[in-house]
Design a protein around this ligand. Structure first.
Ligand code: ADP
Length: 802
């Protein structure tokens, strides 16, 4: 650096943007200094200029003296960055940071004659950076602190790090939820592959992307507890919260999770139990509401806690007016009230039921006689907690008994009188004789009637015995259950055991048990006929049997007890026979298929070749042979399908398609071959359904073929298709022989065919409609027929829309 004069050097230095101090290289005495240097030196210019450098800054001598000497000696500059200095500035002590350069100034010969010291203040930068570092440290410490809190938390907590969502931390409670899973260090989707493609995955990705917290309660998530183990349905409450780094960017997800499976299961159990209890209550209410007997419960304070409909009616009161009141409130006379109170005390003491008879006036019918039974209701400690009772009006019976007694007395009197007058009035002898004869006659009739009843009872018993049937009955009022010895044997119990109704039901194979329960309930409550064939496992012998049980609601007269009673037979052999028959049909049809397939191929080729043959017989015969072979294939396929259906191997392969296309295709194909009838078809709408197109096609083919088969030549067959009540509906209408109401009920049964002069010459096996109905049923659709004998039929089916 060369300057023209000292003046211009001075000007340059004092206006420089950095602090500069020029030293003599030999003496290290300061010769020149600018304001910026003075500011970082914290000394006046007088205290600097003309002084030995290390006298000015004695505190720096130890550290930098060698460096400065090196610069003078070697002519290479020396840098020191962020040198910390404590100076006085604006009257207060202050710490500043400077970047220093000792740079040599050489003369023409290359000798270092001066030293320039450059000083640039960096205080602000350094402070800013230190703050930044401290806050980063703080942030990390907070993170670590939070993690250690997480590790002790009772909730399952994990931290998923980075866009790959790698398990960075898993607390013990979280690991306990998935005891056998390897989590730490793996991506959540690799560690728990069962989450891929579920809403949980979607939620995680979206939280990472948007930073919005996601919370969910009682979500069903099937997960495996052990690596590769079976998944189990479990319920979780959980939240995903975005974690942000020091700069506020999302760098992970904090996941809180509670396993609430047990809770949910308990809730479900509770709900089931409540439903069960409700159902029981309904049964009892139905029973108690229907009986003419009075039923009631009172507590140990002699206050009513339950009264049935009949008793309310007798009192002429509502439930609210009746409950919580005592005997006297309900108009019981004093003697009557005290009597029941004494009886109550006695039952409390003895825990034994008691029975009595009482007469008192009824609101409507005057004086009545009642027979009552009081029973102790015990709590879980076996103490009496209330009294339950039933009261029956026995006035009628009493009157009859009295009258009987009276009339026998009268008879006695008359007899005596007659004996007395006999002698006197021999003439009336004949009359008496006649009367006697009459009596004898009546008596004989009575005997006959009785014998007949006995005979029919014997016949019934014989029939039951011959059929080897078990019999049972349930008293609907008391729910008392009677089972004949044979019935018990059918369920694998010993004939001298007394299994409860529930014990028998428990032997029914699980898949049928609920159905049996529901049907018994319907039979008891609604008087529905019970008819069910079901498998049981013998209680002692463990034998598998098929039983058919039939039962009905029975009540001899309005005032007599109602029963649910019936018989049960062992139908294992029939079932097995049926199975063998099905297996046989399946096997035969399967075996027939192979030769038939080659026959079909051969006939088809022959048909194409001979279609234009000169010989008119050959030309026609092959066409007909082709048709017959096709018919045979349809039949054999039908049987194969029945046997598949029965062994549950009929597969339904659903795909979405337009019903319009299928209907059109089927109709076209049939119209092409059916020359005897006019096929009418109104264009179908475009309707998307999810179904097995081949199977639905075969249903429609079957309905149209039947319409042609069972109607005279020249008639119309009309096919319609559209949407009704939010369902796709297809119908086939013919003008044929029609069906009686009884036959309509059976046409969908297996092997059912109408037997009449009209149908005898038409061939078939009665499986087409059976198969069709099963196919539609497996699509959650409905199939049906509307018809009138002699006036044609409409067969239709409906399917759910997509
Ligand atoms: P198949 O026609 O082979 O006997 P299906 O199961 O198709 O077997 O039909 C069962 C029976 O229902 C037939 O035998 C016939 O008596 C009666 N049936 C079916 N379709 C009609 C129809 N469109 N009109 C009158 N009767 C019919």
């Amino acid at each position: 650096m060369l300057f023209a004069d000292e003046e211009s050097l001075y000007t340059t230095i004092s206006s420089a943007p950095v602090g500069i101090c020029i030293l003599n290289a030999d003496t290290l005495v300061a010769e020149l200094v600018n304001d910026k240097f003075i500011a970082v030196a914290g000394k006046s210019s007088e205290a600097i200029i003309g002084n030995f450098y290390w006298d000015i800054f004695p505190e720096a001598r130890g550290r930098y003296e060698d460096a400065m000497q090196g610069v003078v000696k070697n002519g290479e500059p020396f840098h020191a960055n962020e040198v910390e200095r404590a100076i006085e500035r604006n009257g207060s002590k202050q710490k500043i940071y400077i970047n220093l350069v000792y740079s040599p100034i050489k003369n023409k010969d290359g000798r270092v004659i001066k030293l320039a010291i450059w000083a640039l203040e960096k205080t602000e930068d350094v402070i800013e950076r230190k703050k930044e570092e401290a806050s980063k440290l703080n942030f990390q410490q907070e993170r670590d602190g939070l993690k250690s809190v997480f590790m002790q938390a009772l909730a399952g907590i994990c931290i998923l790090q980075g866009p790959q969502l790698i398990y960075e931390m898993v607390n013990p409670a979280y690991q306990e939820i998935l005891p056998g899973r390897n989590l730490a260090g793996r991506s959540i989707f690799e560690a728990l592959p069962e989450l891929v493609g579920t809403p949980v995955q979607t939620a995680l990705l979206s939280v990472y992307k948007t930073g919005e917290t996601f919370k969910m309660n009682e979500m069903l998530i099937p997960v495996a507890e052990y690596e590769g183990g079976p998944t189990r349905e479990r319920y979780f409450n959980f939240s995903f919260q975005a974690r942000r780094d020091h700069d506020g960017n999302i760098d992970g997800i904090v996941n809180f999770v509670f396993d609430v499976t047990e809770l949910i299961k308990a809730q479900h159990k509770l709900r089931e139990a409540t439903e069960q209890a409700d159902r029981q209550k309904r049964i009892y209410e139905t029973i108690t509401a229907g009986t003419p007997d009075l039923m009631y419960v009172w507590d140990l304070d002699y206050k009513f806690t339950y009264v049935n409909h009949a008793l309310l009616k007798m009192w002429g009161k509502t439930w609210e007016q009746a409950i919580g009141r005592g005997f006297r409130d309900h108009g019981y006379e004093e003697w009557h009230a005290t009597m029941h109170e004494r009886e109550t005390d006695r039952i409390v003491a003895t825990k034994q039921p008691l029975r009595g008879e009482v007469a008192f006036p009824h609101a409507e019918f005057g004086k009545r006689i009642y027979d009552y039974i009081l029973i102790p209701v015990l709590n879980e400690h076996g103490e009496v907690e209330a009294i339950a009772g039933t009261t029956r009006d026995v006035t009628e019976r009493k009157i009859m008994e009295d009258e009987l007694a009276k009339s026998s007395e009268e008879l006695q009197a008359i007899n005596e009188e007659m004996v007395a007058t006999n002698e006197e009035q021999a003439a009336s002898n004949e009359e008496l004789l006649a009367a006697n004869n009459q009596l004898a006659l009546v008596n004989k009739e009575l005997l006959d009637a009785r014998k007949k009843i006995e005979e029919s009872e014997v016949a019934l018993r014989l029939a039951i015995e011959a059929a080897d049937s078990g019999t049972y009955s349930i008293n609907i009022r008391t729910m008392e259950f009677y089972a004949s010895p044979r019935l018990k044997e059918l369920y694998g119990f010993k004939s001298d055991e007394e299994p409860s109704l529930q014990a028998l039901i428990n032997q029914i194979r699980e898949e049928y048990r609920q159905m049996a329960n529901d049907m018994v309930e319907a039979a008891i409550i609604r008087g529905k006929r019970f008819d069910l064939t079901f498998p049981v496992t013998g209680f002692h012998d463990g034998k598998q049997r098929w039983l058919r049980s039939i039962g009905t609601y029975q009540q001899a007269g309005e005032n007599s007890e109602a029963y649910f009673a019936g018989i049960t037979n062992d139908v294992t052999e029939q079932k097995e026979d049926e199975q063998r028959k099905n297996d046989f049909i399946g096997m035969v049809s399967h075996e027939l298929k192979t030769p038939l397939t080659s026959l079909t191929a051969i006939v088809q080729v022959a048909n194409t070749k001979l279609k234009n043959s000169e010989d008119p017989f050959l030309a026609g015969a092959m066409g007909k042979a082709n048709q017959q072979v096709k018919r045979m294939a349809t039949m054999i396929n039908g049987f194969l399908n029945v046997s598949r259906l029965e062994s549950a191997k009929l597969l339904i392969d659903k795909k979405e398609f337009d019903l319009h296309d299928l209907v059109e295709e089927v109709v076209k194909e049939i119209a092409f071959t059916a020359s005897t009838h006019t096929i009418k078809y109104n264009l179908c709408d475009h309707i998307m359904i999810n179904a097995d197109a081949d199977k639905i096609g075969s249903v429609l083919t079957n309905l149209i073929s039947n319409a042609i088969k069972y109607s005279p030549k020249g008639k119309d067959v009309e096919i319609k298709c559209g949407i009704e009540n939010n369902k796709a509906v297809v119908s086939v209408t013919d003008e044929g022989i029609g069906l009686s109401p009884e036959d309509q009920a059976k046409v969908f049964d297996r092997y059912f065919r109408v037997e009449s002069n009209n149908t005898r010459h038409i061939s078939g096996f009665g499986i087409g409609l059976y198969l069709s109905a099963e196919i539609i049923r497996r699509h959650d659709g409905e199939i049906g027929v509307k018809s009138e004998s002699g006036h044609g039929s409409t067969f239709y089916f409906s399917l759910p829309l997509v």
